[in-house]
Design a protein around this ligand. Structure first.
Ligand SMILES: O=C(O)CCC(=O)C(=O)O
Length: 287
């Protein structure tokens, strides 16, 4: 595990080597505390002003209950709210505890909300994307992940290209720590170097229904690195890197914001779950 500094941005040779060898990269102090706090306050505002009466959609990577859920499958160009699997979803509890039972908000915060837009569209992110090899980086999805105290669900080990696939593959995750993330509150865990292995699965629409298609049965290598990071850190994740986070059983939340980026020069198949009917994809800047 190595921590890099914003002094070496966009990405110096050591960072590029680390990225190529390990499939992830941590840049500390990428965002100020104020920028992180603004996003946290905005997520709280969005929850406060959302009407939860008509939907009780759960995001649960263990049982994959959301896979047939149109509220989820049509959220690629919307701002939608997904509950924790362990949350009590009776109406009174939703009203009283709404700030502590949402698992995530997704998937077009970066396009549709002005505070998230400002956080997501920056020259320094564009510079990083170009250093990582993108020629036309486009922001495909964004998620605000709460990892709530006590009930924050596990995210099972996966490769992001399984869920956001381009041909050839190009997906990279930009994961922003809005609070300290550590072993106690369910930080990311990665299998360093595991991005050199094959893509194992594809989440693909077949005959109008989402299915998990096996491509390669080689098991994932064990995750060997706890990505413990401070508030303000940026973690870059290669689309083939197996990564995971355990349940948060602690009393402390672990808020994070992620953007997944693809190269617009690459084909984005229409069998991907995430389809955008209303708004074209934007770049980090000048779109
Ligand atoms: O934040 C987490 O716990 C998991 C995030 C993740 O898997 C992702 O952004 O691809």
């Amino acid at each position: 595990m190595k921590y890099f500094s914003t002094n070496d941005l966009p990405l110096n040779d050591e960072m590029i080597n680390f990225w190529n060898n390990n499939g992830y990269l941590v840049i500390e102090n990428f965002n100020t505390d104020k920028e992180c706090d603004e996003l946290m306050e905005r997520s709280s505002y969005l929850i406060e002003h959302n009407n939860f009466n008509n939907q009780k959609s759960i995001f649960d990577t263990v049982n994959q209950a959301h896979n047939d859920d149109s509220y989820f499958l049509e959220s690629g160009d919307k701002i939608r709210f997904f509950f924790e699997e362990k949350a009590n979803l009776n109406d009174d509890n939703i009203e009283e505890n709404k700030h502590f039972i949402v698992n995530k908000i997704g998937h077009a915060l970066h396009d549709l909300d002005k505070v998230f837009y400002k956080f997501s569209h920056k020259q320094k992110l564009q510079d990083i994307a170009l250093s990582l090899g993108f020629s036309k980086p486009k922001l495909l999805q964004s998620m605000y992940i709460f990892k709530q105290p006590k009930i924050g669900g596990e995210v099972v080990c996966h490769q992001d290209s399984t869920f956001l696939y381009t041909k050839p593959e190009s997906t990279i995750g930009f994961w922003f720590a809005l609070e300290d993330a550590n072993k106690t509150n369910g930080c990311l865990q990665v299998a360093s170097g595991g991005h050199k292995g094959p893509l194992r699965k594809l989440f693909k629409k077949v005959d109008g229904k989402m299915q998990m298609i096996d491509l390669n049965d080689e098991p994932f290598p064990e995750t060997d690195t706890f990505v413990e990071v401070k508030k303000g850190s940026l973690v870059l994740l290669h689309g083939r890197l197996p990564h995971y986070s355990c349940e948060n059983t602690s009393l402390k939340s672990r808020h994070a914001y992620t953007i997944h980026v693809i190269d617009n020069n690459n084909e984005y198949p229409e069998w991907n779950w995430l389809q955008r009917s209303s708004i074209p994809l934007k770049s980090f800047i000048n779109d």
